[in-house]
Design a protein around this ligand. Structure first.
Ligand code: GAP
Length: 553
């Protein structure tokens, strides 16, 4: 039982919180904290310390008797948007002025999550491969680039107005007369008009150009330089991550359809008809062939390699890139049961493309395109040759002739759509405590660790701060001392913090800290001197949590 004692020093009163404990037949008194000089304030502070100690005790005993049960939470896109704003992931842009449709700002956690996602994509697709290099092209470039690519003349949607809700909507050119507004109303066909999707901008005094609607064209316009500078050999790819802008008629579904977004794109070049040089990763998914779509049949589950063998996927490179993209999503914890691949039907294919597939995800608002993987042949390079009048051909050492490389696959993924997938798939609730647990993969989690002193005690706080300072050199780590330990755990679970590190009496005595795992709520004790090393192994999944320290039972 804790109690308050008053000590008089040089005529002044000083209050302390003490506890008597029996040790080896003797009763000794233990100091739990200094409470200040004022009696009333001391009573308030004492209550706070006792409450914190009790909640940390009950937290510990719960962990032992009740391992955490996580339950998948299915939430709507609107609920996700509310959560993202509340927690500082994503804010509606310009909201203090009423918002600006199709534009979003990333908050302190959102920017960390987005950067982690882009880094993971870059490491997997560029840094860890020998056949890919990257570029970072400009957002505004020579307008002829967009003339050559066909965007100036053809990059448009058909704008239609719904007869029932009167809202404007976008449809594809071949959908006129065939589809209805999401509200159920029919479109007024007489209202249909072409709507250009590129944002125009002024350059200097008289110049005009566009904000790029995709990053891909910068890869094509720089192709020959990159090929020569990086001394690439076929097959090889060029990758880019960057902003793209589209004046969407009806931005919707939170981050799904924005007017400003980011793309992660690859143009993968081969010599025409060059065979795939890689083994196709062993991935099983729902395959929705153009034939099944035309015959109103369902998608079928099969290995991607099987789909190639059956002739559904036409080219080995396509099978390879589709499976490779799944590997990336899988590696970062996405649930592949929510994915399918959909082949473009004949009337969706561009004239130069022999096959095109989309990776689709089952969003709460339906199956939607997550990533496009198109065969673009030599269309873009030949267009840029024609418009620039520059020779973009390269020399084939074997055949001793010049040729224009073909883009066999263009994996093109929106950062925001990928973020939605990882957020939806990570959303869980703790069955017993009812709090949200954002079970993001260790690479994606915006905060890798939160460090707490178990109670507000100077000695604990000093150690906790030193640990934070050290870990911050390597990861995004936070110091958190406000509220009960239970509240601090819940707050960190909700934003996906991987580990909570607690400093307590044992840290003073044995130089040890407690690490708590977000998804299981299990705890281990480790030496503080070894903490960074252990976290490194845990974050990179080189060691199982329970084997990383002494498990607390
Ligand atoms: N270079 C090929 C290209 O841009 P796309 O299908 O128009 O192809 C590729 O776009 C990807 O970019 C899409 O699969 C999607 O992930 C993302 N994307 C496209 N428009 C978007 C928008 N308005 N908002 C968010 N992401 C978008």
């Amino acid at each position: 039982m804790a109690y308050i004692v008053k000590q008089k020093v040089h005529g002044n009163d000083y209050y302390y919180l003490r506890k008597s404990i029996r040790k080896g037949g003797k009763v000794i008194s233990k100091n739990l904290g200094y409470l200040g000089k004022d009696k009333k304030q001391a009573e308030i502070k004492a209550k706070q310390i006792i409450k914190q100690m009790e909640s940390s005790k009950s937290e510990k005993s719960e962990k032992v008797s009740c391992p955490r049960k996580l339950i998948k939470e299915n939430l709507s896109v609107e609920e996700l948007a509310v959560f993202c704003k509340r927690k500082g992931f994503v804010y509606p842009s310009g909201e203090i002025y009423g918002g600006f449709s199709g534009f979003w700002d990333f908050g302190p956690l959102g920017v960390e999550l987005k950067n982690n996602l882009k880094k993971s994509w870059w490491d997997f697709h560029v840094k860890q491969r020998e056949d890919l290099v990257g570029i970072d092209g400009s957002i505004i470039t020579h307008p002829q680039v967009w003339k050559a690519s066909g965007h100036v003349d053809n990059f448009s949607d058909v704008l239609v107005v719904c007869k029932k809700c009167k809202k404007p909507n976008k449809i594809d050119k071949n959908e006129l007369g065939k589809i209805k507004c999401p509200c159920g109303g029919g479109y007024d066909e007489s209202s249909a008009k072409e709507f250009k999707l590129m944002f125009e901008t002024n350059v200097g005094i008289t110049g005009k150009s566009y904000l790029r609607p995709e990053t891909a064209q910068l890869i094509f316009s720089n192709f020959k330089y990159v090929y020569e500078n990086a001394r690439m050999k076929f097959p090889f790819g060029i990758a880019q991550i960057g902003k793209a802008f589209r004046n969407e008629i009806s931005p919707r579904d939170f981050l799904f359809r924005c007017r400003e977004f980011e793309q992660m794109e690859i143009e993968y070049f081969i010599k025409k008809d060059q065979k795939c040089t890689y083994k196709i990763p062993n991935i099983e998914v729902l395959v929705y062939s153009s034939e099944n779509q035309e015959e109103n049949k369902n998608a079928e589950k099969m290995k991607i390699k099987q789909a190639l063998e059956k002739g559904i996927i036409k080219k080995d490179w396509h099978a390879y890139w589709l499976a490779t993209e799944f590997l990336w999503f899988k590696k970062l914890g996405a649930n592949l049961n929510n994915f399918r691949i959909r082949q473009h039907k004949k009337d969706e294919l561009a004239h130069y493309s022999s096959d095109c597939w989309d990776l689709e995800y089952k969003f709460p608002f339906g199956w939607k395109e997550l990533q496009g993987i198109a065969d673009r042949s030599d269309y873009d390079l030949s267009q840029h040759e024609k418009f620039s009048k520059k020779n973009l051909k390269v020399f084939d050492e074997e055949l001793k002739e010049k040729f224009l490389p073909h883009v066999i696959c263009e994996p093109s993924l929106g950062v925001e759509r990928a973020l939605l997938v990882f957020l939806f798939d990570a959303f869980y609730k703790d069955k017993d405590k009812e709090n949200i647990v954002l079970s993001l993969d260790s690479q994606l989690a915006p905060i890798k660790a939160a460090v707490f002193p178990i109670v507000k005690k100077k000695e604990f706080e000093k150690i906790a701060k030193e640990i934070v300072e050290d870990l911050k050199q390597r990861w995004n780590v936070v110091y958190d001392k406000s509220g009960s330990i239970g509240r601090r755990y819940a707050r960190n679970d909700e934003v996906g913090t991987l580990f909570c590190i607690t400093i307590d009496e044992e840290s003073l005595k044995r130089k040890e800290a407690t690490i708590r795992d977000r998804d299981t709520a299990k705890q281990i004790r480790v030496k503080i001197s070894n903490l960074k090393n252990i976290l490194e192994k845990l974050i990179s999944k080189k060691i199982e949590f329970e084997k990383a320290g002494k498990i607390i039972k």
